[in-house]
Design a protein around this ligand. Structure first.
Ligand SMILES: Cc1ncc(COP(=O)(O)O)c(C=O)c1O
Length: 280
């Protein structure tokens, strides 16, 4: 059983706590992070906290506390939860105030959940997953990890209704990212991924994979690529905190990627990723 946290207090997950006039609830006026805990340790915590501050600054959300406050808070929450393998959602909103678009002069609201990690069904890793292409209908600031996820939700739901696992988003045919992941393609043993800009989220797993490739002397080219490049790739995989590295083997029900099974590069990177996590 997981735990909840709200503004200094740990609570059961089922306790109803968000007031009607909380701005995350009313406007999606806030930012968040998702952090994986392996063997009781938060993975790439300082990178997550850095990104949290980047997101908060981008929406002019004034955090009165510094990075080490969040570092301590997250480690404390892990201890309180008693969970060794878990997933943390940390959410900060512009607080509780009478409804008005303008920023209120009230303290921010900090909430957190720590839940036991239910790992991805191994079948998905062994067989690979299917995806759909979906027009990227999001706003111009996708580098911000904001609470406004409606276009992502609609794309993911569309994928699920087509019997698929992920929606691969594109703007005018140029791949941006997944509805909740970054996308890599493999061609001739080199990796390609969309470069960082306001069009995508700077995924922490994306960064971990790039760092891993540096170690393994695998070339990663951060360059825009099109739907056609993805369809013709030898391998495609998605990355995110929850699912790590997942092979994509079919798109739109008609395009088989490579041989239609997970490729060697994807398998190797996933294995190396596991090794990095569990090495000490
Ligand atoms: C839109 C989007 N892009 C990329 C990612 C991957 O980011 P990370 O690896 O930090 O989980 C996510 C994660 O949820 C996401 O929602």
């Amino acid at each position: 059983m997981g735990i909840g946290y709200i503004n200094g207090k740990y609570i059961p997950l089922t306790e109803p706590v968000i007031p009607i006039e909380e701005r995350g609830h009313q406007y999606g006026d806030g930012v968040y992070e998702v952090i994986r805990v392996y063997k009781g340790k938060p993975f790439m915590l300082s990178e997550h906290i850095d990104r949290l501050f980047i997101s908060a600054t981008a929406i002019k959300l004034q955090l009165e506390c510094n990075k080490s406050y969040f570092n301590d808070l997250i480690k404390q929450a892990i201890k309180v939860s008693g969970l060794l393998e878990s997933k943390i959602y940390l959410q900060i909103t512009r607080g509780i105030a009478p409804r008005n678009h303008l920023f209120p002069d009230v303290p921010v609201s900090i909430t957190m959940t720590v839940n036991e990690m239910i790992p991805l069904d191994p079948v998905f890793r062994e067989s690979g997953v299917k995806a759909i292409f979906h027009e990227d209908e999001r706003w111009a600031n996708c580098h911000i990890k904001s609470l406004n996820l409606l276009p992502n939700i609609l794309a993911k739901q569309a994928a699920q209704e087509m019997g698929c696992f992920e929606a691969i988003l594109h703007r005018d045919g140029w791949i941006t990212e997944g509805s909740s992941s970054n996308i890599f393609i493999v061609k001739n043993n080199e990796l390609y991924t969309t470069p960082l800009s306001n069009k995508i989220l700077a995924g922490i797993t994306r960064r971990a994979v790039i760092q891993l490739c540096e170690k393994l002397s695998i070339n990663v080219i951060q360059h825009p690529f099109r739907k056609k490049d993805l369809i013709e790739a030898d391998e495609v995989f998605m990355t995110n905190t929850t699912n790590e590295v997942v092979p994509i083997v079919e798109v739109d029900g008609i395009y088989k990627i490579g041989f239609g099974t997970p490729g060697n590069m994807t398998k190797r990177l996933y294995q190396q990723f596991q090794q990095e996590i569990y090495q000490d």
